[in-house]
Design a binder for this molecule. Structure first.
Ligand SMILES: C[S@@+](CC[C@H](N)C(=O)[O-])C[C@H]1O[C@@H](n2cnc3c(N)ncnc32)[C@H](O)[C@@H]1O
Length: 299
C-alpha cells in the first residue's frame, strides 16, 4: 500500500474536524506528529474573551515549506506588518519576523498563545512578534500590510467582508488551502498542502461615477468593478476602455480622433490622479490627470 502524502492526510483531518466543529461548536484540538494527525478533545481557556467567541477551525499547523512559500508569495520583508488570523503555534508570525517584518498573531486558544510566545523567545524575535488571545472576528486589522489565514471555507466567507472593509487597498492576503468564495485570487500557487495557496491584493473601491480633468478637457467616467476586475468607460469625446486595478494603482486606455491615451494613477478615496501618455502622429506627450467621485459613494 502506498503511504499517502502528509498534505492529503492533513486536508482530510481538516475536513473531519470541520464537521466535528460544526457539530460540537468547537472545543477540539488536532495534534500532529510526523505524518499522523489525531483529533484530541481539549478545552481551551476563554478568560477575557468576548462573549460568544468560539473555535472555528482546528489547530493544524501549516507545513514549514508552505509557511516560507506564503511569505514568499506575499513578498514579506522589512517594513511589513503581518497579522495571522488563527495563529496556532505562531510559526507564520515568527518566520515573518525572521525575515525582518513585524507582526502579531490572533489566537483563541490560550495554550497556543503561550506556546507562540515561548517559540518567539527561542527564535529571539519576541520584540517583533506578539500574540494576542482574541477572536479573529474581533481583531483590529488596520495595521496589516499582509494578512495570513489557514481557517475553514465557511470562516473565510464570514471574514471576507471584514477583510475588504478594514484592510487598506494594497494589503496582501494569503490563505492556505481555502479561497475567499467568488473573489478570484490574483495567484494560486501549488505548495505542499493539496489545496494550494491563494493570494489576493485588496483592491481600492473605484466602482461608480467620476469626473475626470486633463489640462485642456473634462469629461465623465464610469467604472464598473467586481473586486479587482474593473472596466472603465467614458463619455464626451474620449472613448475610454479596459482597466487594471492592483491595490490602489489603476491604469486604463483611451482613444479619440487620431490620439491614443494611456492612463496610470493612484486611487485615494474619492480622488484619483496620475499621468496620461498621449500618442499621436506628431509624437508623444505626458500630462497630469485627476478624477473626483461624483456619486457620493464612500471609500
Ligand atoms: C489550521 S490552524 C492554523 C494555524 C496557523 N495559522 C498556521 O497556519 O500554522 C487554525 C488556528 O485557528 C485558531 N482559531 C480557531 N478559531 C479561532 C477564533 N475564533 N479566533 C482565533 N483563533 C481561532 C485555532 O485554535 C488554530 O490554532
Amino acid at each position: 500500500m502506498h503511504a499517502r502524502p502528509r498534505a492529503v492526510i492533513v486536508d482530510r483531518v481538516m475536513q473531519i474536524a470541520s464537521q466535528s466543529l460544526a457539530r460540537k461548536s468547537g472545543r477540539l484540538r488536532l495534534a500532529c506528529r510526523g505524518t499522523a494527525c489525531v483529533v484530541a478533545a481539549a478545552l481551551v481557556g476563554s478568560a477575557g474573551l468576548t462573549h460568544g467567541a468560539e473555535l472555528v477551525a482546528p489547530f493544524v499547523p501549516t507545513v514549514m515549506e508552505d509557511v516560507e512559500l506564503m511569505l514568499e508569495v506575499a513578498a514579506v520583508g522589512p517594513g511589513d506588518y503581518v497579522i495571522d488570523l488563527g495563529s496556532g503555534d505562531g510559526r507564520i508570525v515568527i518566520t515573518a519576523a525572521l525575515r525582518g517584518a513585524l507582526g502579531h498573531g490572533i489566537e483563541l486558544d490560550r495554550e497556543l498563545v503561550e506556546l507562540s510566545r515561548r517559540r518567539a523567545r527561542e527564535a529571539e524575535v519576541e520584540d517583533q512578534a506578539a500574540f494576542l488571545q482574541q477572536d479573529v472576528f474581533e481583531a483590529d486589522l488596520g495595521a496589516a500590510t499582509v494578512v495570513t489565514l489557514y481557517l475553514m471555507p465557511e470562516v473565510n466567507a464570514r471574514l471576507r467582508p471584514k477583510l475588504l472593509d478594514e484592510l487598506r487597498p494594497g494589503t496582501r492576503v494569503v490563505s492556505n488551502s481555502f479561497d475567499l468564495g467568488d473573489w478570484e485570487p490574483d495567484r494560486h500557487v501549488v505548495g505542499r498542502t493539496s489545496g494550494g495557496l491563494f493570494y489576493w491584493v485588496v483592491p481600492a473601491r473605484v466602482g461608480g461615477a467620476w469626473r475626470m480633468s486633463l489640462a485642456d478637457a473634462a469629461f465623465d467616467v464610469q467604472i464598473a468593478q467586481r473586486f479587482q476586475l474593473v472596466e472603465v468607460t467614458g463619455t464626451g469625446g474620449l472613448d475610454l476602455h479596459g482597466g487594471v486595478l492592483s491595490g490602489d494603482r489603476i491604469s486604463f486606455r483611451g482613444v479619440d480622433a487620431g490620439r491614443r491615451y494611456a492612463f496610470s494613477g493612484r486611487v485615494d478615496g474619492a480622488r484619483m490622479a496620475g499621468v496620461v501618455q498621449v500618442h499621436d502622429a506628431g509624437g508623444s506627450s505626458v500630462q497630469r490627470w485627476e478624477a473626483r467621485r461624483v456619486d457620493g459613494a464612500a471609500r
